[in-house]
Structure formats: C-alpha cells, structure tokens
Write a protein that binds this ligand. Structure first.
Ligand code: FES
Length: 376
C-alpha cells in the first residue's frame, strides 16, 4: 500500500494511479457524455492501455496517465477538467493507402495509385478478440504527438503522394476528442478542399460530437455497426459488461441515424451503363442548403461463427429504411489475434451476402473478400 494524495485528500492504495482515484471516489467513465467534459470528479478512461491519452492527470505537477502509471509513495495526484488537459495522442503507421476504409467512396477503392494518407491512433475502447490491428489498438508503442505535429506530418505526406484525402484510423480514432478536433482543424486551416475521413466504431459518438467533427472539417466518415443484438456485439467486441455494450451499440446506430437525418448525404452514383470505375461519381441529396454534405459508409462484419445471416438482414432492413443509397461494406472477418479458430469466409460466401443485401433494396453494397472488393 502507498500513501498518496488525490486532489489534496490522503489515500492509501496499491496498483495503478487509477486505483487511487477509485479509492478517492473519482468515477471512472467508459463513456464521455457532453456534460461530463468539465467535471473533475470523474475521469474518462476508455482504452486502459496508454494509447488514447484521454485519462491524463497531473502527478507531482507533471502530465501522466492514470490507467498505466504504477503508484509510488508520496505521489500528489490532481484530476483535470477534460477541456484543460494537454492535448496529445499516441499515433503510428503514417503512410499512403491504396484501398481506403469503410468511409471511402467505392469508386476510389480500386485505383492503382494512393488515394489517401492515413494516421493510426493507438488505444481502443473495445476488446475484439479477432482485432486485425491489435498492436495499435492495445499498445502505446507509437509516437506521442500533439495536433500540430500530426497535422504537419500528414500535410507533408499528402504533398508527396499527391492525394486529397487525409484519414484517421486506429485503434479508435474518436477516443480523444480535443486531439481529433484540433488535428482536423490544423489540417483544414491551410486548405479547405481536402477530404477528412474518420474511421470509427461509432460507440462513443454523440450528436454534438458529430456536429463538432463536421464543423472542424470532416466530410467522409466510416462507422462500423458490429451487430443488431447486444449479445452479437459482445461476442464480436469482447465487451463483457452488458449495459456498456448495449450503450456502445446504441451509440453507433444512433450516429448513423443522426447523420442521415441531419446532413446532406453524398451518394455513389453510377453515371453510365458499363462497369468502368470512372463511370461513378458522388451526388449530394442537397436537402439542407445551409449544411455541408457528408459521405457516410457503414461497415458490417461477417463471419458465420460471429453473426447470422438473419441478423444481417435485420441490419440491412433498418439501413434501407433510413437511406437505401448509403454505402454498406461487408467485411470478411478472418482469424486473427486471440481468435485463431475462426474460418475466413470465402469469396462466394461474401458475394452471397452482397446479393442478399441488394435483394433487400440496398443500392451501394460492397463486399471485402479474398479476391478484392466486389461493388455496385
Ligand atoms: S485510458 Fe489511459 S491512455 Fe487511454
């Protein structure tokens, strides 16, 4: 046991700094509601692995992480308002991408030159046992950068690779709200016609956060919907806490609904009858003249060991009712990380799912397969 002080109060605790915070009555949150941003009696700790830098406190006057810093005697720990923290995040994997993500319009996906530059943000609030990016999602083994530093690197890469899209992926890119908003603002400050693409599991997004992202300059967003039933979401994401899983799943679906209902949607439109990629373009719904257009892509995982076809159909029905032209990308989940027993769906299985979604009435369905993407 160590004697430490938390916000001036003497506490005896062992373990990590977060354990002393809990002993001092500080609430550890896995969700950050808009009203919690300026509270000091709770702390947002979504990744618990040192990647997101949302859980910073001051220890003896120095910015440190509550989740992975071991306690030592005589520490003086101060919690901070979320809005007054130093804005930093662990990132890695800067580079050019040829295929893009869930929020990349279909006709850009199969080009033979880079289509975007990307940064991967460390830390994730989910615990997917088949995570394909686990070295980023669950470690802090990257560079700790502020928004301006990150923006400068992305700007340099964008010039080198001659692309007009900058992408945030992860890990979960949205965990550190001030970092993400400030980085997007820094990028957009210099040039307004760049596309900013945010790839997210959507689980901690709120309408206000989405509005902030759009205001900062985000115009492409890919949101994963990892199930319809909470039990499926728990199986896919490794989330044991039912209530939290339920809330995360609701947030991701609500984010899709909110964007469709409150913004002009850019859709992939086929302009001619043959299959040349160049015959596609984006067309906006233009329902709200005062609002910008957003390209929204939805990602849905498929592996028959994780989700049934009938559950997929329920998801497809709901999406179609909101907007049948929204781009939906079905992802073939493969054995990875802690789930080596998974059998990767073959391309015929994936095409069958695509046909089922098309028959439902969804117009822009893509499947990711071992033979590349099959699209509209
Ligand atoms: S919760 Fe501590 S770094 Fe993410």
């Amino acid at each position: 046991m160590f004697k430490v002080k938390v916000n001036g109060r003497e506490i005896e605790s062992k373990g990590m700094v977060k354990d002393a915070l809990i002993s001092a009555g500080i609430k550890i949150n896995k969700l950050l509601t808009d009203g919690d941003v300026d509270k000091r009696d709770s702390i947002f700790m979504p990744c618990n692995c040192g990647g997101c830098w949302a859980c910073t406190v001051k220890i003896n006057g120095k910015t440190s992480l509550a989740c992975i810093t071991p306690l030592k005697k005589d520490m003086y720990i101060e919690t901070l308002k979320y809005s007054s923290k130093q804005v930093l995040r662990v990132v890695s994997g800067f580079g050019a991408h040829y295929v893009g993500g869930v929020g990349t319009p279909y006709f850009l996906k199969i080009q033979t030159k880079p289509i975007e530059v990307v940064v991967f943000t460390h830390g994730c609030n989910l615990r997917c046992p088949q995570c394909q990016n686990y070295k980023i999602a669950f470690t802090d083994l990257g560079s700790l950068l502020d928004p301006q530093e990150t923006a400068q690197i992305l700007w340099g890469l964008k010039e080198v690779h001659e692309v007009d899209t900058i992408t945030f992926s992860g890990g979960e890119s949205t965990l550190n709200r001030p970092w993400l908003l400030k980085t997007i603002e820094s990028i957009k400050k210099n040039k307004n016609n760049l596309n900013i693409h945010v790839d997210t599991n959507g689980t901690i997004l709120t309408p206000h956060y989405l509005d902030q992202l759009v205001k900062a300059g985000m115009n492409y967003i890919g949101i994963d919907l990892k199930g319809w039933e909470v039990s499926t979401f728990q199986l896919i994401t490794g989330m044991e806490d039912y209530d939290l899983a339920n809330q995360y799943l609701k947030n991701s679906w609500n984010s899709v609904k909110y964007l469709i209902e409150h913004y002009n949607m850019d859709h992939v439109i086929k302009t001619e009858s043959d299959n040349e990629l160049n015959d596609f373009q984006l067309k906006s719904t233009n329902r709200y003249p005062e609002k910008p257009s957003i390209f929204l892509g939805i990602g849905i995982p498929y592996n028959k060991q994780l989700i049934s076809k009938s559950e997929l159909m329920k998801m497809g029905e709901k999406i179609k009712a909101w907007d049948p032209k929204i781009q939906v990308c079905i992802l073939d989940y493969r054995p990875e990380f802690r789930r080596n027993e998974l059998i990767k769906p073959n391309w015929q299985e994936m095409v069958e799912i695509k046909n089922m979604f098309n028959e439902l009435g969804l117009k822009t369905v893509i499947v990711q397969t071992e033979r590349g993407h099959f699209g509209p």
